[in-house]
Write a protein that binds this ligand. Sequence first.
Ligand code: GCO
Length: 442
Amino acid sequence: MDVMIVLAISLAIYLLLITSLRLMYPEMHIDWSRINLEEIDFPPDFSWGVATASHQIEGNNLNNWSEFEREQNKERSGAACDHWNLWKGDHQLLVELGVNSYRFSIEWSRIQPTQDSWDEDAIAVYSEMVDSLIDKGIEPVITLHHFSHPVWFEDLGGFYKRSNIEFFQKYCERIFPYFNGRVKKWCTINEPEVFSIMGYFMNMFPPGKRSVLKAIRVMKNIMLAHGQVYHALKKTDSQSYIGIAKNVTIFDPLRRWDLIHWITSIILNYIWNGAIISSLKRGRMYGTSMSITKNSADFIGLNYYTHVLTSPFLPQTTEIDLPSRKGQEITEFGYPMYAEGLERAVQMLSKLEIPIEITENGVADSTDKLRPIHLKRHLWVLSELLSKGFDIRSYFHWSLMDNFEWAEGYSLRFGLYEVDYDSQERTLRNSGRDYAEIIKKF
Ligand code: GCO
C-alpha cells in the first residue's frame, strides 16, 4: 500500500479514537460568571458538618506519623491544636457554626499504646466527647483509621502484611461497643488510595516507600481490612451505618488531543478510583477476587478536592504547582479549584447505588480569599445534584480549624477557624461566617 494511504488511515483512526474519548469523557467546565451562587436549595434533613482527624488536631500523639516526622526530619506535628486538652472549647466552635454533624477520628495509638494494653482513660475521653456532642444536638461521626496508627502496628508491617488486619479488627471491635447506640455513622478507613499511594509510592507519608507494587498490595489489604471490619461491626449492630471515606481525584488528560495523555489519565483513574469502586461493587480489585469487600458499605464517603491534569511526566511529589486550565484559580496546595469535579465525582460514586456522604471538601487558603467562593461553588454544585435526584445526605467541610496538614505541615491552612499556634486562639474566618449563615437558612 502506498505510504500516504497508510498514513492517512492511521491518522483517521487516531482522530476517531481521540474524538470518541473526548465525547465519552467530557471535561466539564462551568462559566461561573453566569451562575447565581445564592440560588441553592437543601432539604431540611440534610446534615451539615465539619471534619477533623485525630493526628492533625489532638497534639502529642505517638504513632506512625510522629515517628515519620522525626525520622524524615519533617515539620513536627507537636502540640498541633492541643485539641486533646481543649476539646470542650472546640465543641463550642461547632455550636457557633451551627453544624448538626461532626466527623472526627479516634486515635488508635491512644487506645492501644502497646500491643497488649488498652488505655481505658483514653477511651473515656472519647466517650465524653461523644456525650458532649450529643448534648449539643450534634451527631458524632467516627472515623476509625485516619492515616495514623500505633508504632507497634507499623513495626509489625502495618497494612503491608495481610495477617496484621486482625489487629485492626480487634481495635475496632473493642471501640465499637462503647459508642454503639450513641454513634450511628462510622467511617472505617479514611482514603485507602491516599494512604497507600502516598505512603508506599510517593514517599510522602509513612512508611515512606517508593514502589507501585507495594502501594497496590497495601491498597488491597486496606480494602480487605475495611470489608472484614464492616461485617464484624454489622454483626454486633445491624442498625449501624458504616462506610468508608474515599478521596476522588479526577485525572484528566493535560492535552485532550494526545493519546498518551489519555492513556495516562485512564490508568491513573483506574488505580486511584476505579479499583476501589470495583472492590466495593464487584468484590474484585486489580484482578484479585475479594468477596468480603463486595457490598461492604452502607454509604460511600466522598472526599473531594480537585482534578489533576496528567501527562506521562508524573509528579514525584505534591510539593509543586500542578498544571491547570486557563482561568482556573490555584489553591495554596498548588492544585486548581475545580468545583465542577464534585459533580463528576458524585456521578462516579453513584455507580455504587448507595447513599453518598460528602465527608470532606475544603481548601488551603491562609488569607481566606478563595474559601468563601470555593465553599459557595461547591455547595451550588451540590444543590444542583440534589435537584437532579442524587442521594447525597451530608456535607462536611474540611476543616473546622487550621491543623497539621501531614507532609505539608502547618504551612497549609484549611480551617473555617484560624488557629494561632502560639496562643492556641481560634478566630472565625469570614468563610466560617458564610457557612454558618448558609446552614441557618436550611
Ligand atoms: C486527606 C485527609 C485530610 C487532609 C485534607 C486536606 O485528604 O489527606 O483526609 O486529612 O487534611 O484532605 O488535604
